[in-house]
Each structure stands twice: as C-alpha cells, then as structure tokens.
Design a protein. Structure first.
Length: 530
C-alpha cells in the first residue's frame, strides 16, 4: 500500500507510482489482454521520459495537453508523463468527432494534443474550428508526421531524456474531464490531484483491494471509472491490472479466467450484456471475489451471486464532479441500493431540489453531496463560474439525481432530474444531439430524450422527435446517414418520430417530460431495424 494513502496532502498518483517503482519495481503493474505488459519501474521511467519529450516542446507545469487515445499502455505512458511534469490532462473520448470533438478542445484550449493516428481524419474535419495547437503528438503515426509542421511522433519519448521535476501537489489541477449537464454543451470538470486519487482510494477502502489483487479493466481509460477508480486503486494498493481495449461481452468471462482476476467494475449496460449471454456450466470457473456495479440492479446482483458465484457484489454512486461518495458494504449486501455515505470523506443527504431542505426518510428528493476533506471534489467547471456556484448553492453540491434514503442511511437511485441521457456507460447531452441534427437540411425542430433500453439495468436509448421543414422530403435514411457521419456511435439515436409540432410549456420550452412519458409508440421508427 502506498504510504501516503491516509495523508490527503500526499494524494498524488505520480507519487504512488514513484513509491511503487522503488518498492516493487519488477512487479507487473498493467498488462493488455493479448498484448504487452509494463512493470511499475517501466511505468515510472516511461513517465519521466514522456515528461522529457514534453519539456523539449516547451510544455511546462500547469500547461494543458489533450489525450485522445484508445485504452492501452501508450495511454498510460502519456497520462503518467503529463502528470509527472505537473501538466493538466484533458481527456477526450477517442470515439468523438464533429462538434462533439471540437467543443472540449475549444473549451479547454490545450497547447498539445496527443492523438492516435487512426483519429487524425476526425481531427482534420474540425481543424479549422480549433484554437492553434503548439504540437500534435501522434501515436502510431510513423511517416504521417513527416509532412505536417508541428506534428511529432510519440515514439520519440523512448530517446528523450528522463526528467524528474518537483512532484505536483494534491491541490494542483491534474486533469479536465467533460461531463454532460442539464442543458447546454458538456462542461469541463476541473479535477485536482487529490480528487483523482480519492477515486482509487475509495475502491481500496470499500472493496478491500490489496497488493495480491488482480483488477480486470474493460471500461475506457478516458473515463474516471476505468482510469481513476480501477487503475488508480491498483497504483495505490500495489496490485496488478489487466486491461481490454474495448469491452466485449463474449470475451468477458474468458478474460477473467485467463488473467485470474479477483476484482472488476461493471456498469448497468455491461452487466445486462454479460448476463444476457446463455448460461454455461463454466460460469463459476473464475477467481473473481468482488464486483463493483453501478447501478446495482437487484436482478443483476442475484445473477452475479447465484449464476456466476461472485461472493461480494458492491453497489455505489458517483459523478465526475463529486467522486464516489456512496458505497455498498462488502459484507452487508443491499441489492438495488447505491450504498451509504463514504463517511470518512463525504456527507450525503437527500434534499428537496426546490428548497434545499432535507426530505423525510423514505421520500424522494435530490441527492446532494459535500466533502469532509480538502481537494476531494472538483475545483469547478472550466470557464463557467456561474454554473459552478449554481451547482454548489447552499453549500451542497446538487447532483441533479433523485434518490431515497432509508432509516439506515442507504440511498436508492430513483431517476435523473437532469435532461441527460445515459447510454453505454456515456453521459450524453441532449442539447449536443439536438444541435447536431439542426445542421441536417430539412430539420425545423428537434428534441432528443431518453427512453428505456428494454434491458433491465441497461440504461437508456436515445429517441428523436423531429419536426420537418414545410415541403421537406426528409427521410429516416437521411437521419441515419447524418448520425453515422457526424456523431460517435454512443450518441447515435435508436428511435425516431416525425411530428407536426413539439409539445411546449406556456413559456415555450419543449416539454421533455411529455415526450419521455409517451416514449416508443406504434408510429415510432426503430433505426436499428434497418
């Protein structure tokens, strides 16, 4: 265990990497499923050399570098190098394109972009709308970088001098992750090192992760769950991780067996997809002792325990902004709940979203959170001070999620107060989707909203209600082609309805509640049935 785990002033993952490299340097830290591995010493040394490459490009502590890479060892080398230098990593989902890609780059204004060569076409499509980048560092670029001014081959890190500047502090900004809000474009969450560290420490504390554990990671490293909760827990505990670049339901169980994993994390969609596979006599043939599942649907927990023989199934609740303030108990299961407050570091209450006063036990209200220790939360929203103050009104962070608390302090998630769609583990801004379709010729108005996926715990599907322009010949095929061309897969709609008008309130706001209540009807087109 990292010696600074109980000292919030030392909650800095680069410090944990440095210490683990000294004490267990030859131990494998991370392996890719079917690929290469990296020891703790190799991770530390690569971070120092990536820091050297960045320094050679006049990148310094406090500067921002965007990272658009698939999950893999190069992702970890780049992230660790930026962090070791004291830089700020701007995480970009590698599936982003179009306005979904341009927005976070424009908003965060990084000096450097580290990108996989496969994503250069998506970058080129929006390059004219982006602020000037000092350098674009390409992973797997080869000769691609030779004819482009300002482009650098990431492989140059291997010959760069190792540098070891002063370690960042827990209060220093570590990264920016983008998360969808109630309205408008995704907001950049400013995350101090202490906040990033606590994601992993919470897993170590509440799941009992130790040096002998082996974490199986199939969630994207560009998200807090994959990188900070899982890889972060490994780095703090001195454990080992096996990473799959992209989740596969058919490979999930075999991966667990092959790497002899003892712990893993799941999302609602992942649980639904794995459990939906046909049972086999070998479903209990693994060494998994604990699974963290959020949300933790009761039917899923039953299947994990009874069919797969997983002894400990732990629920939880969190957001990029607030860390993971709720955890279930390893020894006292409460299926369907998010657990209780991680009380050492957080206060959590259910309050009336209109008045901010607490609601009676068992009644629905908004889940509100505040930290008990410095740097355990976000530092604010990037360039959005008013939104930061609004979220923090009355000294409670308003999550926008509804829940109920029972007499024992366990909270059950009820629904989203936010106009946000949760699909395939991604939080998607309905406004982003709508803005994307307003560019489609023939569209007069559009509303995007969530409808049930049809799979228990399977999160949401995206539905569009489009009002065509008078005389337009807009077709289902036009909508499908536009989505494929301009949107990442997770943001492409499943259902479509053409309407004469959208339902509105007296103040002319679209009544999303009515659209959600109507949901899928006989006249709804299923775009997956094409």
């Amino acid at each position: 265990m990292y010696s600074g785990a109980q000292d919030p002033s030392r909650w800095v993952l680069p410090r944990a990497i440095e210490e683990q490299a000294r004490t267990r340097g030859d131990q494998t830290a991370v392996s890719m499923i079917g690929g290469e591995s990296m020891t703790y010493r190799e991770l530390r040394d690569a971070a120092a050399q990536v820091a050297g490459l960045l320094s050679r490009l006049d990148f310094a502590a406090g500067d921002r570098a965007a990272l658009m890479l698939p999950s893999g060892l190069d992702f970890l080398r780049a992230w660790a190098g930026i962090s070791r230098l004291g830089g700020v990593t701007v995480f970009l989902n590698p599936e982003l394109n179009g306005t979904f890609l341009a927005h976070p780059i424009v908003d965060a204004a990084p000096r450097i972009l580290i990108v996989d060569a496969a994503h250069l076409p998506a970058l080129d499509q929006v390059r004219e709308s982006l602020p000037a980048l000092d350098h674009v560092i390409v992973v797997g670029g080869g000769t691609t970088v030779q004819d482009r001014p300002g482009f650098v081959d990431f492989e140059e890190w291997r010959t760069a001098p190792a540098i070891t500047p002063p370690m960042p502090r827990a209060s220093d900004l570590a990264c920016i992750m983008y998360t969808s809000g109630t309205t408008g474009a995704p907001k950049g969450v400013l995350m101090p090192h202490g906040h990033c560290f606590l994601f992993g420490l919470g897993v170590v504390d509440n799941l009992g992760v130790g040096a002998d554990d082996h974490y199986y990671v199939c969630l994207p490293l560009s998200h807090a769950n994959g990188l900070l909760m899982q890889i972060g827990a490994v780095l703090i505990a001195g454990a080992r991780a096996s990473v799959r670049e992209r989740f596969s339901a058919s490979a999930w169980l075999q991966d667990l067996r092959n790497c002899e994993a003892t712990v893993t994390n799941s999302l609602g969609a992942i649980s639904a997809f794995v459990i939906a596979r046909p049972p086999t006599p070998h479903d209990r043939d693994h060494k998994l002792r604990v699974l963290f599942s959020a949300p933790n649907h009761p039917d899923h927990e039953h299947a994990w325990r009874e069919r797969f023989g997983i002894r400990h199934v732990v629920g939880g609740y969190g957001m990029t902004e607030v860390n993971i303030p709720l955890y279930g108990s390893v020894d006292k299961p409460r299926p369907g709940t998010c657990g209780r407050a991680y009380a050492r570091y957080f206060e959590v209450e259910v309050r009336d979203p209109e008045t901010d006063f607490p609601v009676p036990c068992g009644e629905s209200g908004e889940i509100m959170v505040r930290p008990r220790v410095a740097q355990a939360f976000m530092a604010g929203y990037n360039e959005l001070p008013a939104k930061t103050v609004e979220a923090w009104r009355n000294f409670w962070f308003h999550t926008g999620d509804a829940g109920r608390m029972d007499e024992d302090g366990y909270i059950t998630f009820v629904d989203r107060i936010k106009d946000c769609i949760r699909r395939r583990g991604e939080n998607i801004s309905a406004t982003d989707i709508e803005n994307g379709f307003l560019d489609l010729p023939g569209v007069l108005e559009v509303a995007a909203f969530a409808v049930p996926s049809g799979i228990q715990g399977g999160e949401d599907e995206i539905m569009l209600a489009i009002v065509p322009r008078p005389g337009s010949a807009l077709s289902k095929e036009d909508v499908v082609e536009h989505a494929r061309r301009t949107m990442p897969r997770f943001a492409q709609p499943r259902y479509l309805e053409f309407r004469d008008a959208l339902p509105r309130t007296a103040s002319e706001k679209v009544r999303k509640v009515e659209l959600r209540q109507n949901g899928v009807t006989a006249k709804t087109m299923d775009l997956d049935a094409r």
